[in-house]
Design a protein around this ligand. Structure first.
Ligand SMILES: OC[C@H]1O[C@H](O[C@H]2O[C@H](CO)[C@@H](O)[C@H](O)[C@H]2O)[C@H](O)[C@@H](O)[C@@H]1O
Length: 827
């Protein structure tokens, strides 16, 4: 049903204005299953060349929708025509009025009919267990804040059972959706109403003295408030002080389905699409009817016609969307909704193709022998670096004019400037990969390409309010670790282009705002409350590019709700960039599981994410000082200080001398080795006076964990789960984060160990390159030069961030410092 409410049917029917009240249509039930309705719709569209008359739309609606049977009248069991209150009102006029009033309750009582429970997909009504009182008239379902006053009235009418049932219905919404929707229809799921649930419970408890009810539901009340405190707050700077207050802020940027026509009219005179989106701050949902959700995605991806599920969602449409959908439903009708794998392959071959969206490009600023080459004394490393630099043009791409002219038929999100891709199956830009790629480009003197990549990413924030995981529409439901501010730092440090900083500083703020408001949780420790971030995708369906895999992972979960949670955690795991690892897999009581089905990414407060955020806040402080804006600079300094304190109090473990992720549920640190544990060193997220000591203790910790004995590099974890971010895989970014982190502490032993680790990694990369003539996405920590494995796709070569990272280490450890071009450092 979701699809129908978000797509062409809704648009065509509601703009035909066949009902006086737009709500009428979205409250109708479907006569046939969703697929058949869609098929009938597209048949009408084809017959009328996409231009049906009002009468033809009316005919379609009358054949395919009906307005009966979803709600039954119900006599509340606890209704009494003469409750106590009547005997206690002395004024006869008021008494008789009150009696009439009370007599209205039964006429407004409804319960959800069994039709809806049996077949929820053909109704917009959200089924709830208990009878409830509706407002009346066109409002035939429950409404959130109306219920607060209704429940007061019910309690005063001694209708405790009905009142309690209504509260329970609303609590069940929080458990299911994490918040209370505006009302009991799926089209209300993108917004809430003023948060009065806690007060409803308070009224009920006071009246019924039902403290057991309170005990059972207190956590759900917390969950609801947490929604408002994390997803609906803004920070206000007043005279240098920061205040947090709430505002209303729906997460959706399309017309309200129940007032679709009216909203289209309201926004019609706005100039561009972004304005029409009525200043929606977060455009996170992925709306493409083929690449993001729906029957085509489901049928094709579960037929598993490609080895790698990403292949399908990277293909372009041969024909327009409607035609593709139409030909899909024709196939479905011809095969009784059960097409064979061969028939699905035929449909894909006819309707999709995999060419023409990205063009190879020779970067204008590419030079085979940039300065760094001349400044490396070691001949083996110099020759290797030259080979490395020669890889950049093979990874450079620009978006083809096909995509710019007809973006709807591609999943690629068009960007203006050429960019470097990771390589292999990753043919588009990736957010956090770009951070290390840009470092490598700057060290290769490819400033124009680096700047273009930063501009592309900045344009994402302007367009979507955040940086998506990668450059495809199916990545729009999540981000990746926030490194944009630090990319700009490297670019500005290298070029001294302060004008670029001035022009873009607000976009950096906007990106950080996304993380600070939509990805934070509050943690209580003793009497203190700390704010820290976690990964938390906004979407609860399988990842389109790993659809088959996600369905399989969550298949054995019992309820649909558990499956939605599972998909959200998988997407949140992908947001972390560590997809996947035991870091996100939890046993119920908090230990690590080695099973992906136990994924609970959102339960974890990750050290690296919070170290990145701390460093970004500190960098913003620095930027505003450069731009001579002291009050803004102070604001970021204060924020950074608060973050540092939270990292110190919640994530640092003095006994083990390292930082750990934190389990929100048990309120305990996860005391396992992950390469991310040491990232606060790199971010400098600790008081200055303990830096050297932390360096020393980190070396002890690495030694104790056996990490320094491994010949290939630092593994992501010590847990062998078969996942690509677990043992024995070693990933470049974390070599650099740990090596540079140790070096920056200044402790002599840490500086020495950093150097040993760096040389080990450089040697491993060189060995691997000589043996395979390729650079890899990940390596094996046990064996020098061996590439990594595991996970849901084969090892990929290229490889953007590996090349950027190794250049950073070569620059630091092998470049002749005396000859290094002045001021052109980025470390
Ligand atoms: O297709 C599966 C997943 O692939 C990506 O993740 C991996 O590659 C990325 C590009 O190098 C890298 O940023 C990430 O850390 C890797 O785990 C993608 O980012 C995921 O979202 C996707 O589901």
């Amino acid at each position: 049903m979701t699809r129908l409410l978000g797509g062409d049917i809704l648009h065509v029917v509601q703009t035909a204005k066949i009902f006086n009240d737009s709500k009428t249509f979205v409250d109708l039930a479907l006569v046939n299953p969703v697929n058949e309705t869609l098929s009938n719709f597209y048949a009408m569209m084809t017959e009328t060349e996409d231009n049906p008359s009002k009468e033809r739309v009316e005919e379609f609606v009358h054949k395919n929708f009906k307005s009966i049977g979803e709600l039954d009248d119900a006599e509340p069991r606890d209704f009494q025509p003469e409750p106590k209150i009547l005997h206690e009102i002395t004024d006869p006029v008021v008494r008789s009025f009150t009696k009439n009033l009370i007599a209205i309750w039964p006429s407004l009582t409804r319960k959800v009919s069994y039709h809806v429970f049996e077949n929820p997909d053909t109704h917009s009504l959200i089924p709830v267990q208990y009878p409830f009182i509706i407002p009346g008239g066109r409002f035939k379902e429950y409404y959130y804040w109306d219920s607060y006053w209704i429940i007061k009235g019910l309690l005063l009418s001694d209708m405790v059972e009905t009142a309690r049932g209504m509260v329970q219905n609303i609590l069940s919404m929080v458990e299911r959706y994490g918040f209370v929707p505006n009302g009991g229809r799926i089209y209300y799921l993108n917004r809430s109403q003023p948060p009065l649930l806690t007060f409803m419970v308070d009224d009920y408890i006071k009246y019924a003295k039902d403290y057991e009810f309170l005990r059972q539901n207190i956590q759900t009340l917390e969950k609801e408030l947490n929604f408002w405190l994390t997803k609906r707050t803004v920070e206000i700077d007043k005279d240098g002080n920061i205040y947090t207050l709430a505002h209303f802020d729906s997460s959706s940027d399309t017309p309200r389905p129940e007032s679709y026509f009216e909203d289209i009219e309201t926004c019609a005179s706005l100039l561009n699409d972004d304005e029409k989106l009525c200043d929606a701050q977060h455009k996170q949902s992925c709306t493409h009817p083929i690449y993001c959700q729906g029957d085509i995605l489901h049928v094709v991806q579960t037929a598993k016609i490609f080895n790698d599920s990403k292949t399908f969602v990277d293909m372009a449409l041969v024909n327009p969307i409607n035609e593709t959908i139409n030909s899909f439903y024709t196939m479905m009708a011809e095969t009784d909704n059960n097409p064979s794998k061969g028939r699905v392959t035929e449909f894909v071959n006819k309707n999709f193709r995999s060419i023409g969206e990205l063009e190879e490009v020779q970067p204008r600023d590419f030079r085979p022998e940039p300065n760094i080459i001349k400044e490396i004394n070691d001949p083996v490393v110099r020759a290797f670096t030259k080979n490395l630099i020669a890889i950049w043009p093979t990874l450079a791409r620009k978006v083809s004019y096909h995509v710019i002219e007809d973006p709807d038929t591609h999943s690629l999100i068009p960007v203006q400037h050429p960019f470097i891709i990771p390589g292999g199956r990753f043919k588009e830009y990736y957010y956090w990969d770009s951070y290390w790629i840009i470092k490598g480009l700057l060290l290769s003197d490819m400033v124009e390409t680096a700047r273009g990549m930063v501009q592309n990413i900045i344009s994402m924030v302007e367009r979507f309010g955040f940086v998506p995981n990668g450059g495809r529409v199916y990545y729009l439901n999540r981000s990746q670790p926030p490194l944009l501010t630090l990319m700009v730092y490297d670019y500005v440090r290298y070029t001294k282009d302060y004008e670029f900083l001035r022009q873009n500083i607000h976009t950096l703020e906007k990106e950080l705002h996304f993380w600070l408001t939509l990805r934070t949780v509050e943690i209580r420790k003793g009497d203190n409350t700390y704010t820290l971030a976690h990964f938390d995708s906004s979407s609860d369906t399988p990842r389109p590019e790993s659809y088959f895999e996600d369905i399989e992972t969550c298949a054995n979960l019992e309820s649909d709700d558990e499956k939605y949670e599972c998909y959200t955690d998988l997407k949140s795991g992908a947001e972390s960039g560590w997809d996947f690892t035991a870091r996100w897999f939890f046993h119920k009581e908090g230990g690590v599981s080695d099973q992906i089905k136990d994924i609970r990414t959102r339960r974890n407060i990750p050290t690296d994410l919070n170290a990145f955020i701390y460093k970004a806040l500190k960098t913003m402080n620095n930027f505003y000082m450069i731009l001579r804006k002291p009050s803004e600079a102070k604001r970021y300094l204060d924020l950074a200080e608060r973050w540092r304190e939270a990292i110190e109090e919640v994530l640092y473990n003095n006994e083990d001398g390292t930082w750990y992720d934190y389990d929100i549920k048990t309120g305990k640190q996860r005391r396992f080795f992950f390469a991310s544990n040491l990232t606060p060193l790199w971010a400098g997220a600790m008081p200055d006076e303990v830096k050297a000591e932390r360096g020393k203790r980190s070396v002890e910790y690495l030694r104790k964990m056996g990490i320094l004995n491994l010949r290939g590099g630092i593994p992501s974890s010590l847990l062998s789960t078969g996942q690509q971010w677990d043992y024995p895989n070693a990933w470049s970014p974390y070599q650099n984060l740990i090596i540079i982190g140790l070096h920056k502490t200044g402790d002599p032993e840490a500086v020495e160990v950093a150097k040993e680790l760096a040389l080990k990694w450089v040697n491993s990369n060189i060995k691997g390159y000589h043996e395979n003539k390729a650079m890899f996405e990940k390596y094996n920590a046990q064996n020098s030069g061996q590439f990594g494995g595991g996970g849901e796709y084969h090892i990929q070569a290229g490889f953007g961030w590996t090349n950027g990272c190794i250049l950073e280490l070569i620059n630091f450890y092998y470049r002749d410092k005396m000859r290094k071009s002045k001021g052109r450092t980025i470390l």
